[in-house]
Design a protein around this ligand. Structure first.
Ligand code: ADP
Ligand code: MG
Length: 452
């Protein structure tokens, strides 16, 4: 999926450049920070944005600035079309069970997205996945995969379109890694050379050491086994991937790395992925959309993570999302999604008197200096004495910069550590020539507004 199609996901984009992050050069008088311009809803991502806050020891507090309109990039679900998987009033009542595992579930999985099903143990998540690839037949309702009713497609044909990473990984213990990965291509009767090439490609894709190919699953770490499971599921290059609790068997550090790898993989492969987990933080991190299920396969809410965090549908969802919803949201919203305002910034050719008026208006005793659309730095009020133009005074550089896709969490961190409580937005920072194109400014108020 394209970056543009994955709104609201800060994780999707490159993080702040380490050499320019808020953590660097803290000892300097200025510290730069985050943020960016507003961008139309659903529009393409803005150009890389760099931002800066001054941290002038003498600078007074910045004023509060009324919140501007917040642009949210999450598109509503398309009512028709675009769904790679569609469940319509699906029910599964296992024979002899007291209650239906899934009562009446309707859900569209948009093509090219990661949809996470999350809910308590026994709520029917695995049953849903198994109904999609016909390992379990629904008692009622319809399931469409890539536009076709699954009942009209022979199960082996259907499963060729759907890679499945089963719960507990489930590698064949008596087969080598290579044979495990080659399972589906062999079933499909590919020739040996083609299988060998594909296995080599997959091993590279999932980040496995080719030296592991001749080992058996028991000779691998949990993380390595998980990568083999993903490679096996992707072997025939299915457009759809179902993953059932893929990281439950690995420790938290490996889990975080595998999650990051999945997101990176998805940026390359653009699959439609349905991932099941009971870990809500994993759901928030990985899902373009998250379906929160309650016992009986009841869909409590289905929305992009930021929307869930902003507006949980009911107490069950709120409880499931846990505490610190606002803090979790800070990690999902980027500076680029929050409308910025004009700050205390002037063109270099204005007089000190004009600059002083701007400073007064913003309640600060420094002013940003712009030249040709670039933010060249900032000048302290006291340094303007006796100058003809602002540009004649020595400008201090904004000495670090973050990118437009920097999260509000990082922005806020920088802001908290700056005296001015202002975050300036540049369109672009080229570390070579310091090309800052100034776009605007964020304040704490606007960051808060961005969470609403
Ligand atoms: P989850 O994956 O969310 O933990 P499952 O889909 O595995 O939930 O199970 C949902 C419910 O269906 C549970 O109550 C479970 O015990 C029951 N169940 C699952 N598989 C079967 C089966 N093959 N036969 C009977 N009941 C089952
Ligand atoms: Mg399960």
């Amino acid at each position: 999926m394209s970056e543009a199609a994955r709104p609201g996901r800060a994780r999707n984009t490159t993080r702040a450049r380490p050499e320019a992050s808020s953590g660097t050069r803290r000892n300097s008088r200025t510290v730069s920070s985050v943020c960016s311009s507003a961008r139309p809803s659903g529009g393409p991502p803005a150009a890389p944005v760099a931002c800066a806050t001054t941290e002038d020891p003498g600078a007074p507090r910045a004023p509060s600035v009324a919140g501007a309109a917040v642009h949210r990039r999450e598109a509503p679900l398309r009512p028709n079309g675009g769904a790679a998987i569609r469940l319509a009033h699906v029910r599964k009542h296992y024979p002899g069970a007291a209650q239906a595992a899934v009562g009446d579930l309707s859900l569209d999985v948009p093509e090219g997205e990661v949809v996470v099903l999350v809910g308590p143990s026994g709520c029917g998540k695995t049953t849903v996945l198994k109904m999609v690839n016909r390992l379990v037949e629904p008692t009622a309702g319809e399931i469409h995969v890539l536009g076709e009713d699954v009942r009209s497609v022979a199960a082996p044909v259907l499963r060729r379109r759907i890679g499945y990473v089963i719960q507990q990984i489930g590698l064949f213990p008596h087969r080598t890694v290579e044979a495990n990965v080659a399972t589906v291509p062999r079933l499909l009767g590919w020739d040996r050379r083609r299988i060998r090439d594909r296995v080599a490609e997959l091993v590279e894709l999932v980040g496995l050491d080719p030296a592991l190919l001749q080992r058996y699953p028991s000779e691998l770490s949990g993380g390595q086994q998980q990568r083999v499971g993903v490679a096996r599921a992707l072997a025939a290059d299915p457009p759809i991937l179902l993953m059932d609790e893929p990281y439950s068997a690995v420790d938290p550090i490996v889990r975080a790395r595998l999650q990051d790898e999945l997101l990176a993989l998805q940026r390359r492969l653009h699959k439609t992925i349905v991932l099941v987990t009971h870990d809500v933080d994993e759901a928030i991190k990985l899902g373009d959309r998250v379906a929160i299920l309650n016992v009986g396969g009841v869909l409590a809410q289905y929305a992009p993570p930021a929307e869930l965090l902003r507006a949980p549908a009911d107490d069950f969802v709120a409880a499931f999302l846990g505490s610190e919803r606002g803090l979790k949201l800070l990690s999902l919203v980027t500076g680029g999604q929050v409308a910025s305002i004009d700050g205390p910034v002037v063109d270099g050719d204005v007089t000190p008197g004009e600059a002083a008026a701007v400073m007064r208006r913003f309640g600060v005793d420094w002013v940003g200096v712009r030249a040709g659309g670039r933010l060249v730095g900032w000048v302290a009020d006291r340094d303007l004495d006796g100058r003809r133009r602002v540009a004649d005074a020595p400008a201090q550089p904004f000495n670090a910069a973050l990118r437009p896709d920097t999260t509000l969490r990082e922005a806020l961190d920088v802001l908290i550590n700056s005296r001015t409580r202002l975050v300036l937005a540049n369109e672009r920072l080229d570390l070579v020539d310091d090309d800052h194109r100034y776009l605007g400014m964020l304040t704490v108020d606007q960051i808060a507004e961005g969470l609403r």
